[in-house]
Design a protein around this ligand. Structure first.
Ligand SMILES: Cc1cc2nc3c(=O)[nH]c(=O)nc-3n(C[C@H](O)[C@H](O)[C@H](O)COP(=O)(O)O)c2cc1C
Length: 248
C-alpha cells in the first residue's frame, strides 16, 4: 500500500496535544504544501493566518468553545481572500465589482479549504495530528476585529495542529453504496433502514471527547444536528456580506 494513501485511510482528528510548539521549519513546510495546492483560475484567492499570540489564541479557543484550540502546537486560520486581487486590479484601474458575486466568494473559500486539507495530509505525514475547526465561525464578527481583516477577507476554517497526545479510534464512514453513485442520482428511500448496520457500527465507536458514553447512532446524530442553531453561525451570511462578499 502506498504510504500517502495509507495515511489518508488512517486519518483521525486529534484533539489532545503535547505541550510542544511546531518549529518554524514545520510551519513553513506546511505553508509550502498549502501554496502548492490547486487554485481556481490560478487566482490564489486565499491566505493563511498563523495565530502565535497566546492571547489571540485563547480568544479563538473561547469563540470556538474548545480548549484544545488554546493547547495545540500551532493554530492556522484559513482565509478566503480576494483583498490582494482587488488591490492588484485597482492598481491597474480595473473595476472589481465582480468580487461581490457568490462565485468569487465560493472560489476563494474552495481555494482555502483545499489548501487546508493539504495541510492536514502533510501534518499527518510528518507524524503530527490535527483537527479542523469550524467552531471558529461561531463569532466571525469578532475574528474580523481581532485579526483586522479587510474587505473581501473572511475566515472559513481553522486547523489546530500539534504532537498527538491521544490515539483515537478510526471513525467509521458511510458505506460506499450510499454515497457513491454512477451516472445518475438514485431515488433514496428508507435511508435509516438502509443504514441500520452502519448505525450499529457508529454506536460502538469510542469517542474520546465523551469517554463515558457510547456515541449516538449516525442517523440519530443527523436528526439531532438539524435542531442545532448556533446564534453566531446563523449570522454567517450577514458577516460575510459585511466584508463585501455574496452581494449577488
Ligand atoms: C469543515 C470541518 C469543520 C470541523 N470543525 C470541527 C470543530 O470545530 N471541532 C472539532 O473538534 N472537530 C471539527 N471537525 C472534525 C470533525 O468532527 C471530524 O472530521 C469528524 O467527526 C470525523 O472524524 P475524524 O476526522 O476523526 O475521522 C471539523 C471537520 C470539518 C471537515
Amino acid at each position: 500500500m502506498n504510504s500517502t494513501i495509507q495515511n489518508q485511510l488512517n486519518h483521525r482528528s486529534i484533539r489532545k496535544f503535547k505541550d510542544i510548539p511546531l518549529t518554524p521549519d514545520q510551519i513553513n513546510l506546511l505553508v509550502d504544501v498549502a501554496r502548492h495546492t490547486s487554485t481556481s483560475s490560478f487566482m490564489q484567492s486565499y491566505s493563511i493566518l498563523s495565530i502565535t499570540d497566546p492571547e489571540k489564541k485563547a480568544k479563538v479557543a473561547q469563540i470556538g468553545n474548545q480548549n484544545y484550540i488554546a493547547e495545540c502546537g500551532h493554530l492556522f486560520i484559513m482565509l478566503a481572500d480576494q483583498h490582494r486581487n482587488q488591490l492588484i486590479a485597482e492598481e491597474q484601474d480595473t473595476d472589481t465589482e465582480v468580487l461581490g458575486s457568490f462565485d468569487r466568494f465560493f472560489v476563494a473559500a474552495t481555494d482555502a479549504i483545499l489548501a487546508a486539507q493539504n495541510i492536514m495530509i502533510a501534518a499527518e505525514a510528518m507524524g503530527l495530528g490535527a483537527v479542523f475547526l469550524g467552531s471558529i465561525l461561531n463569532q466571525v464578527d469578532q475574528l474580523i476585529e481581532i485579526f483586522n481583516l479587510p474587505e473581501h477577507v473572511v475566515p472559513v476554517l481553522g486547523i489546530a495542529i500539534g504532537h498527538p497526545d491521544q490515539a483515537p479510534q478510526l471513525k467509521p464512514r458511510l458505506p460506499r453504496d450510499i454515497m457513491h453513485f454512477e451516472n445518475t442520482y438514485p431515488k433514496l428511500e428508507n435511508v435509516c433502514e438502509a443504514l441500520k448496520d452502519y448505525d450499529a457500527i457508529v454506536h460502538e465507536y469510542y469517542d474520546l471527547r465523551d469517554a463515558n458514553n457510547r456515541v449516538d447512532a449516525f442517523t440519530t446524530q443527523i436528526a439531532k444536528g438539524m435542531t442545532r442553531k448556533h446564534p453566531g453561525r446563523m449570522q454567517l451570511l450577514k458577516f460575510y456580506q459585511g466584508q463585501g462578499f455574496i452581494k449577488y
